[in-house]
Ligand binder design. Structure first.
Ligand SMILES: C[S@@+](CC[C@H](N)C(=O)[O-])C[C@H]1O[C@@H](n2cnc3c(N)ncnc32)[C@H](O)[C@@H]1O
Length: 282
């Protein structure tokens, strides 16, 4: 019988290196020495749950067959940081609002938006609510429909996103008017209203397999707090691919400080000291 572990066993250099490699290879996530104890804790907790006591035996299990694949998908939820909030970056959302307004004024539509690395959906719904607000103020509303796609590698996060149900604390920071308009409260839970959920869809996508995504010709791509865990060369590859998927005149929003000195021949930086956004030339 497999012995259940009580305390996290020591993670040897060999086992650490193997886990680092597979995680970076499959997810792009870099786990430097400083994150060794994070990895050890994640693995040990999961191993305890399913009865493994050795990191290398568990490693071999995860790499083999269908059972390993199922286990890997479960592990993804533990290894990824899924912290998020509604309207998390107000400065970036202000740029998005202006951009959407210009799109409406120009009669562009239907508008396509993409929230990359959407976690449990707060970012995706924030974009949908903002777009609904902007469209509300235009007289071209009937023509200007919109859709927001949220993608993430974590199935668990996507399940939460699809449900669109959040606890009181998650909704607390939403502007009161928006809260009343876009959430239905039942007991201590808040559900995003159907009209907004109808405009949103969630799809599983690993950023390392971006080339497989059919999403193209986007009016807005919003990708924050995902690339920070990737090596610089990989960030550049991903962001270049995202830029190629923008429609002419589309906007790419990244996290401030996430891209260093990156530039793209078809993009112009939107002037702002407190948000990082680019516009694709028409
Ligand atoms: C910190 S959350 C960011 C959520 C949201 N973008 C925000 O800024 O609030 C990072 C998300 O990136 C996702 N992620 C990590 N690696 C990924 C990959 N290789 N492909 C797609 N999503 C990934 C994680 O599952 C997680 O939900």
């Amino acid at each position: 019988m497999v012995r259940l572990v009580k305390q996290a066993p020591a993670l040897s250099d060999v086992a650490f290196a193997k886990w680092q490699d597979i995680i970076e290879d499959r997810l792009g996530l870099q786990l430097p020495e400083q994150r060794r104890s994070f990895l050890k804790t994640c693995l040990a907790m999961r191993m305890r749950e399913i009865g493994f006591s050795d990191y290398l035996t568990y490693f071999n299990y995860v790499r083999s067959g269908d059972a390993g694949l199922i286990e890997w998908n479960c592990l993804i939820d533990r290894l990824t940081v899924q912290e998020t909030r509604f309207f998390r970056d107000p400065e970036a959302f202000a740029l998005v609002r202006d951009h959407l307004q210009r799109c409406c004024d120009a009669g562009r539509g239907p508008l396509s938006l993409w929230s990359v690395g959407c976690s449990s959906g707060e970012e995706t719904y924030s974009l949908a609510m903002l777009t609904a607000e902007v469209l509300e103020q235009t007289d071209r509303r009937p023509r200007l429909r919109f859709g927001v796609t949220g993608t993430d590698v974590s199935r668990n996060a996507l399940d939460q996103a699809r449900a669109g149900v959040y606890g009181r604390r998650r909704v607390e920071l939403v502007d009161e008017r928006l809260e009343q308009r876009y959430f239905e409260q039942s007991e201590d839970h808040y559900q995003v209203v159907q009209a907004v959920r109808d405009r949103v869809c969630f799809v599983r996508l690993n950023l390392l397999e971006l080339a497989r995504s059919p999403l193209r010709n986007l009016d807005l791509i919003y990708c924050q707090n995902v690339l920070i865990y990737f090596r610089k060369w990989r960030r550049k590859d991903i962001v270049t691919e995202l830029a190629d998927r923008l429609a002419p005149g589309g906007m790419l929003v990244l996290g401030l400080g996430e891209m260093g000195d990156w530039s793209h021949p078809a993009l112009t930086r939107v002037p702002s000291e407190r948000a990082l956004a680019y516009l694709k030339r028409k």
